[in-house]
Design a protein around this ligand. Sequence first.
Ligand code: PNS
Length: 158
Amino acid sequence: MCPGSFDPVTNGHVDIIERAASLFDRVNVVVMVNAAKSPVFSTEKRVAMLRACLSHLPNVTVESFDGLLAVYAAQKGATAIVKGLRALSDFEYEFQMALTNKRLNPRLETVFLTATGDKMYLSSSLVKQVAQYGGDISAFVPEAILPQIEAQFGKDRS
Ligand code: PNS
């Protein structure tokens, strides 16, 4: 299971999901609620954008869930949570979540994949900041969803 806010999905997320898809038989990407964040894109839009970016991966499915990840993983029979780690700054937060999820669902392991070098700096928040000011985000997100993101921030490509 690859859980996250994906608000919006970036090339960094796609890289982690592609690598998870080559490690595991099946990968379930789940758009979830992060209580600390107010998403810009609706859940439906985030799911649709993920599906558009991941259609080349036959063993990957995308859905959403509003509840506890540890409970959802148990319901789905998931054995592992896969998360990407970009820098030391990600570590404390991810470590805390991994330990909490393990406590809630002892059968669930969290697997961390280190971000690929040229994607270390990518984050959904920075993509949104750049897009908000009309900057070029084409290097940060898959081409398939570029128009949707730009439209959300009022940029017209036509
Ligand atoms: O992409 P994010 O925002 O870092 O992902 C965090 C997310 C959504 C995976 C996390 O907030 C989460 O698991 N939310 C679901 C509710 C839950 O289980 N919270 C306790 C986590 S220990």
